[in-house]
Write a protein that binds this ligand. Sequence first.
Ligand SMILES: NC(=O)c1ccc[n+]([C@@H]2O[C@H](COP(=O)([O-])OP(=O)(O)OC[C@H]3O[C@@H](n4cnc5c(N)ncnc54)[C@H](O)[C@@H]3O)[C@@H](O)[C@H]2O)c1
Length: 329
Amino acid sequence: MMDPATFAGKKILITGGLGFVGSTLGRRLVELGANVILVDSLVPEYGGNPFNAAGLEGKVQVNISDVRDEHSMRHLVQGQDYLFNLAGQTSHMDSMLDPYTDLDINCRAQLSILEACRKRNPGIKIVFASTRQLYGRPDYLPVDEKHLLRPADVNGVNKMAGEWFHILYNNVYGLKACALRLTNTIGPRMRVKDARQTFLGIWVRLVLEGKPFEVWGGPQLRDFTYVEDAVDAFLLAAASEQANGQIFNLGGDQVISLTDLAQLLVKVNGSGEFKVRDYPADRKPIDIGDYYADFSRIHSLLGWQPRTTLEEALKKSLDFYRQHLPNYL
Ligand SMILES: NC(=O)c1ccc[n+]([C@@H]2O[C@H](COP(=O)([O-])OP(=O)(O)OC[C@H]3O[C@@H](n4cnc5c(N)ncnc54)[C@H](O)[C@@H]3O)[C@@H](O)[C@H]2O)c1
């Protein structure tokens, strides 16, 4: 269990801090009494949104910088107690269409952030947001951390390098760093404008607009983490010395097919329509098939487990966007 006082008065930098997960983490840390800086480049195609920091005015510092800018990062990491490193290009399709941008953000910039820490702030603790995408198409289910890494797209390759730079700097230079491999994460403040961040985002938008949505690959199995549960994991990992140099899967309370998920969304919303269709031909080669995580490692080492059911997660997401949808379009 984490002592709630752990972060009080601590200096915290969150890259990707105006994004979905980063802003939710920032909110929690403000509640815990931390001094938080949210760093974000607000590239329109990504999940960053100034509205994600609504209500935090005067309580956090927002710094619009790009993590590819080595000068900014060198300055920003100084004096910080914790770095939650969440800035990333997250679209799998975009990483195939524009592999160099993905390389620059998810790989090269990660190395330069770590270099900045090594040279300017070697005592900092870093938690990196990694992804289940590193595993590629699973050989077995549920997937544990021992599973072979065999990414199916450029994004997975670059995130793998980004993750391992963190572990390497922990092991070789004594920086304190660890990584969480997130699965599909959902909740208030996710990108709903389109399916760039998560397909569930566009489903939520269309169901609220009373329009039909499409389910690609209906029988496919997935797990989902509610964003506040993911935030619990970031905090536990940051607070634990035992986590240093470690990699942990996150997961969800339930494994579900995409068709059943669509039905659950419609049920929770009270109305909605969807069509199941095959994966589009251009996405099929990077499709990973069924995936769900074994998260027993983080459970046994750090005591993490999902607290929110999938149904509650969908309800909380719908409630949020029923109120705030125009701010996300
Ligand atoms: N949401 C998920 O389902 C999921 C799953 C696996 C891994 N992750 C990882 O978690 C992290 C956070 O994801 P998210 O869902 O909150 O996505 P998000 O797109 O909402 O957040 C990422 C943020 O990073 C910012 N960003 C991107 N490039 C940047 C740059 N060069 N400089 C500064 N800021 C930049 C974006 O503007 C955005 O606000 C990402 O690293 C992602 O790879 C998320």
